[in-house]
Design a protein around this ligand. Sequence first.
Ligand SMILES: *[C@@H]1O[C@H](CO)[C@@H](O)[C@H](O)[C@H]1NC(C)=O
Ligand SMILES: *[C@@H]1O[C@H](CO)[C@@H](O)[C@H](O)[C@H]1NC(C)=O
Ligand SMILES: *[C@@H]1O[C@H](CO)[C@@H](O)[C@H](O)[C@H]1NC(C)=O
Ligand SMILES: *[C@@H]1O[C@H](CO)[C@@H](O)[C@H](O)[C@H]1NC(C)=O
Ligand SMILES: *[C@@H]1O[C@H](CO)[C@@H](O)[C@H](O)[C@H]1NC(C)=O
Ligand SMILES: *[C@@H]1O[C@H](CO)[C@@H](O)[C@H](O)[C@H]1NC(C)=O
Ligand SMILES: *[C@@H]1O[C@H](CO)[C@@H](O)[C@H](O)[C@H]1NC(C)=O
Length: 914
Amino acid sequence: MLKITTSHTASRFLFCLWVLCAMSLLSAGSLVKFVSGNMSPESTGGCRLWNTSLGSKATCTHLDLKSVPHDLPSNTVILDLSFNKITTLFNSSFAYLPEITTLALGSNVLSKLENGTFKPLAHLRELSLLNNRLVSLPSGLFCTNHFLSTLILSKNRLSSIPSDALPWSNSTKRLDLSANNISFIDSRDLKPLQNCSLESLRLDRNALSSLPPNVFAYLSTVRSLILYKNNFTKFHPSMVLGGTVITDLHIDSCNIHEIIPLNKSHVSLGEWGNISEIFLTANMIRNIPDFAFWGFNQTKIITLHRSQVASLSNRSFCGLDHLIQLDLSYNCLATISLDMFSCNKMLQKLKLNGNKIARLSIGAESGLSLLYQLDLAHNNIKDIESSGKNVTFPSVEYIDLSFNKFTGIRRFLMDGYTNLKFLNMSNNDISNTYSQKSFISLRLLQELYLTNEHSQNINKAFRYLGALRVLDLSFAPLKITSISQFTNTSSLTRLIMRENSLRSTDVYHIKTESSLFLGLDSLESLDLRQNKLDMLAPGTFNPLKKLRILYLSQSSITVLSRGVFDSLTALTTLDLRNNEIKMIPELLLQTQHHLAVLFLINNKLETIPRILFNETTSLHSLFIQQNKITTIEPKTMFPTKTTLKLYASGNPFSCTCHLSWFVKWLRSGNVELRNREKTFCSLTSIKEEVNSPILSFNPDQYCGTDIVMITGVSLSVVLVVAICLVAYRKRWWLNYKLFLLKLAIFGYEEINQDLDAQDYEYQLNIMCDEGDEEWVDRIMRPMLQERFPHLQKVIFGDNDLNIGMFYINALHYATDNSFKTVLLISYNSVDDAWFLTKLRIALEHLNDTRLDKVILIFIEDIQDEDLPYLVRLFLSKNKPYMLWTDDEDGQELFWAQFEKSMRANKALNSVIPI
Ligand SMILES: *[C@@H]1O[C@H](CO)[C@@H](O)[C@H](O)[C@H]1NC(C)=O
Ligand SMILES: *[C@@H]1O[C@H](CO)[C@@H](O)[C@H](O)[C@H]1NC(C)=O
Ligand SMILES: *[C@@H]1O[C@H](CO)[C@@H](O)[C@H](O)[C@H]1NC(C)=O
Ligand SMILES: *[C@@H]1O[C@H](CO)[C@@H](O)[C@H](O)[C@H]1NC(C)=O
Ligand SMILES: *[C@@H]1O[C@H](CO)[C@@H](O)[C@H](O)[C@H]1NC(C)=O
Ligand SMILES: *[C@@H]1O[C@H](CO)[C@@H](O)[C@H](O)[C@H]1NC(C)=O
Ligand SMILES: *[C@@H]1O[C@H](CO)[C@@H](O)[C@H](O)[C@H]1NC(C)=O
């Protein structure tokens, strides 16, 4: 039947935990559940056992046991036998379990206990017999349990206090006799407890109808006496007064109709008790007589909540010299004067809410110089009557007048409360225009609530409230006659203007560029929900440099202008829920570096601008549910500082390859998609993904590396290569055509050499290396004769030079006297010193004449690095050169260019630095 489980390592800790748990359950009067967290039993049939450092713990609940098991470990210290069917306990029942400290026998059917049942349990500390059928207890039952500290006898059928059985030990701290049938107590009944250190005695839910005077006199240590739900009908203070140390007296719901005050003359107050709190809630005391609580000289708190009190006299509470708090809420009081509490000079807190008070007079004589909180909510007050004189209550800091019948706030209404910090006048019938001086005397007011009125015209009434921190004007149409309403409320941190029928034009005058919020230098939270702010102009929020929280939901906003939040650099929370926003300007949040939470739920957004969040590095929660977002553009910037919590359900995401980036980002670990199973792919998705959660969409499966893109790219590469190839093969033809085109367009306009070629001795001077003369003879000469028959005076290389001169001079002469000089460049020539000399001569001549008289002709393609410095210099100055090729088109181009350059010499405006 028994199964043993151990948890060596955690045993000590678990034991402590268990003891704590057991104790709290015991003290709550229901040792019902002894289920121990995560220690799962190996057998559900028998008791569950755990070894602890102090001994074994056994839980044998719900086993239909009819008697105490015989085979528990003898070192059992904690035993729970609750919820079984044990009817009788015998002297022998626990004889073999002498170590037990905690024993729970709740919810059995015990009706008989032998007088030695608990005798073996010398260490017993806590015993619960909750919810059994005990009618009486045998005498001497606990006489050996010297350490018994908690004894629970609640929910049995005891008809009297089982005084013969009660502990003779001085350890007992808590005794619970609640929910029995005890109808009478004699002071001798409690005598066995006189040496106890009893702290709490529960006698609630019994049938007590009266108590003899001084009945609790033996209870020298009990502080909390709980007597609620008995049937006293009349409350005699003498029942509970006496030389006790009771501090809390609970006599709620005791059917009390009448308080019978002590006979003043017979009482010397000095001896009377210490009761500091009296709970009299839910009785039926229509009338509180004079000196009702005479004798409760030390009482600080009296609660008479919901006790049908209808009348008080000016002396009802006299004698309560130390009363600090009086709760008369939810009674039937109709007329109240503060004079009724004038005996209670210490009174600080007076709760009169929930009565039927129509007339409230502030008596001049009340002398309540410490009163600081006055709760008058839920009455029928139309006005507060001052008794002619200018009574002031400098101590009052808190007044609640909500749910009354004020129709306005007249000029002097609050003048007496010069130190008022909190005023609630919400839910009245106010519909008037406030006087500019309505609140003039409340210069220290910190919180003002004026919600749910008919309508309000605030008319600069707040101009004197320089200390105001919280102002709530919600739920009433608000009339704003001038835009400067808050210019002096510079301490305001929270302004709530929900459902005030505000329009965009009420909060910002575009013409004068002035904002309703001017002056709110300290404002941290602004609530503008449920107004009609369709278009918020930039500038609206400009004065709010410290604003952290801005509520703009349900405000019919359709357009957010680009700079509208620019001044709100401290913003942490922005609520734009339930508006009509279609588009967000991408630069909307460029200054919101502290923005942490953004609500955009239920708008008409179709997309999130790619850089919307590039500056909001603190954003950690983004709510974009219920919009019309189909896709998120690749590389949209989301904050990366913390893991972003993204709420995006209810959007028609189109799970196609275009969404790949977003889906991959969702899986990246920088973001936590909330409600992921409700974030679906819409009908416009790839067919297989329609209606499945967006996170189950695997783009790679469909898009791999984007096939369309790859094919597109490869096709274009092929095409380009092909074109290049064709162009390369046809390059000369193309060049030629381009050249002709250029000629056709620009003609010869840039040519401005007046001199005719005929003015020169030679029309053309061809200079070349010896090795290239063969090429000249083979190609140049015949072609020139064929194509340019007019060129008769040509020097074809060294052979045609003037033989009467030295070579160098002849070269100079030829160059100087030719219309054009052509130099043939080839691998032969670039290596030849003489050729370089010719080149130098030609270039010098070019510089001298400032005429573009030199042409380079490459008769073969030469690598750049093989070109002589002078050639490179020449080419770098954009000077004409031509390339001879074997390609026919190339040759056509060559001759066309040649022809062009033979027509004229352009003037040069710069020299070549040789
Ligand atoms: C618990 O302790 C008892 C006595 O020390 C021992 O006999 C028993 O084996 C222990 N149980 C387990 C499950 O270790
Ligand atoms: C317990 O009861 C028996 C008889 O049932 C009696 O002899 C004995 O004296 C009682 N013990 C005490 C301590 O009252
Ligand atoms: C209980 O009484 C014993 C002697 O009977 C005494 O030693 C002990 O201090 C007392 N304990 C309390 C809590 O009064
Ligand atoms: C309370 O006591 C009165 C008489 O004192 C009696 O009439 C009434 O029935 C009792 N109520 C209950 C609930 O016992
Ligand atoms: C109430 O008790 C205090 C001492 O605690 C005493 O000074 C005062 O006079 C008492 N009040 C009355 C009305 O007797
Ligand atoms: C009360 O004070 C107001 C202004 O402070 C003054 O006009 C009025 O005369 C005063 N009334 C009385 C009765 O002193
Ligand atoms: C965010 O985008 C804006 C506009 O393109 C740019 O001026 C700014 O520098 C960007 N900021 C960051 C942190 O990239």
